[in-house]
Design a protein around this ligand. Structure first.
Ligand SMILES: [Fe+2]
Length: 342
């Protein structure tokens, strides 16, 4: 909850930072607007989202204590609005209904709401349940491969950032992430040269530890890619745009990631972040859980595993092409004690 402590939040001239959830957050840097006072000059307000929540500051001093108080009332209203529009759970969108003429109008409206208000959703009835289950059953064997087999396809060797990343090799929000992962991509035939645009280096060959993994990865990518294409058409439709609006933004390579969060005394599976790659992320969770999503009021909302669903979230690519109207929502993975004890 945003704590409105009168000794700290309501006296902005002595306390330029604000305190939310007992965490002191950074000064804001995004101009939001002015909070009109009942009389006199309005207070200019800057606000931003941080990993910890919402922060703001008043930039202009009011001419009197009385007027300052009225400005503070304006800030209260601003905060109330933010709290009222914040989500408290992740919406569920039925993929089959998005494709059914009878149910489509309502499902598209639900999708639109999810995109604008949350940035995260559960997608159910995708038709990919079988291949995703196969992926989950194969994952333990993949991560149990000998260390030398995994290191043989280390991401360090790949200019396209494809391959194996060992436990503890990544850092998010200044803390070590406790996860192990394999990144694969759509098979490509081109090999980057000095004459090609720099970004095309990202579309390169994958590194597989064995043929079985290569086969599974390619089947998963192929099926997920088909789902993503249909989902993007629905996204365009719900925004009242031509169905193929987002197709040109997809590039030539989709990416697939297997992630393992091993039991740990540290709680950070992966720290607070927005997904930077691509337009949307499609995540198939196992039963462990730990995914949390940050709402506009600075609260972490659990996104627990929903059997046979995919968690879909907006990545920064889609945020960019919508001019920021559809936000990439901050999220993290917390390793639970229950996970530690199993
Ligand atoms: Fe993420």
């Amino acid at each position: 909850m945003i704590r409105q402590d009168s000794s700290e939040v309501l006296h902005p001239f002595e306390y330029q930072d604000v305190k939310i959830n007992n965490l002191r957050v950074k000064l804001a840097d995004v101009f939001v607007g002015t909070v009109p006072a009942a009389t006199g000059a309005p207070a200019a307000v800057y606000a931003s989202w941080t990993a910890q929540g919402f922060s703001f500051r008043v930039l202009r001093r009011s001419p009197s204590d009385n007027e300052e108080f009225k400005n503070i009332l304006g800030l209260d209203k601003l905060l109330s609005t933010i709290m009222a529009t914040s989500f408290s759970e992740i919406p569920v969108i039925d993929f089959a209904r998005l494709r059914s003429p009878e149910n489509k109008p309502l499902a598209l409206q639900q999708l639109k709401d999810a995109l604008f208000k949350v940035g995260f959703l559960y997608l159910i009835n995708t038709g990919l349940e079988s291949v995703l289950d196969e992926g989950h059953r194969a994952a333990p064997e993949l991560f149990n491969l000998p260390a030398e087999s995994k290191e043989k396809c280390s991401m360090i060797n790949s200019p396209s950032f494809l391959g194996y990343t060992a436990l503890g090799a990544e850092t998010t929000a200044s803390q070590t992430d406790l996860r192990e992962q394999f990144d694969f991509g759509t098979p490509v035939t081109n090999h980057w040269t000095d004459n090609d645009p720099l970004w095309q280096r990202l579309e390169g060959p994958s590194q597989y530890p064995d043929a079985k993994t290569e086969d599974l990865a390619n089947r998963l990518i192929y099926q997920m890619s088909g789902l993503a294409a249909t989902f993007l058409e629905a996204v365009a439709e719900c925004l009242e745009l031509p169905k193929d609006t987002f197709a040109p933004f997809r590039g030539h390579m989709d990416r697939l990631k297997f992630i393992k969060y091993p039991p740990s005394r540290s709680s950070q599976g992966v720290g607070p972040h927005k997904d930077s790659t691509g337009l949307f992320t499609f995540l198939s969770q196992d039963s462990v859980g730990g995914l949390q999503v940050l709402n506009r009021a600075g609260q972490w909302i659990d996104a627990p595993p929903v059997p046979e669903s995919l968690v879909v979230n907006i990545a920064q690519g889609f945020e960019a092409i919508t001019g920021g109207r559809c936000h990439a929502t901050t999220h993290r993975v917390v390793v639970s004690l229950a996970h530690l004890e199993t």
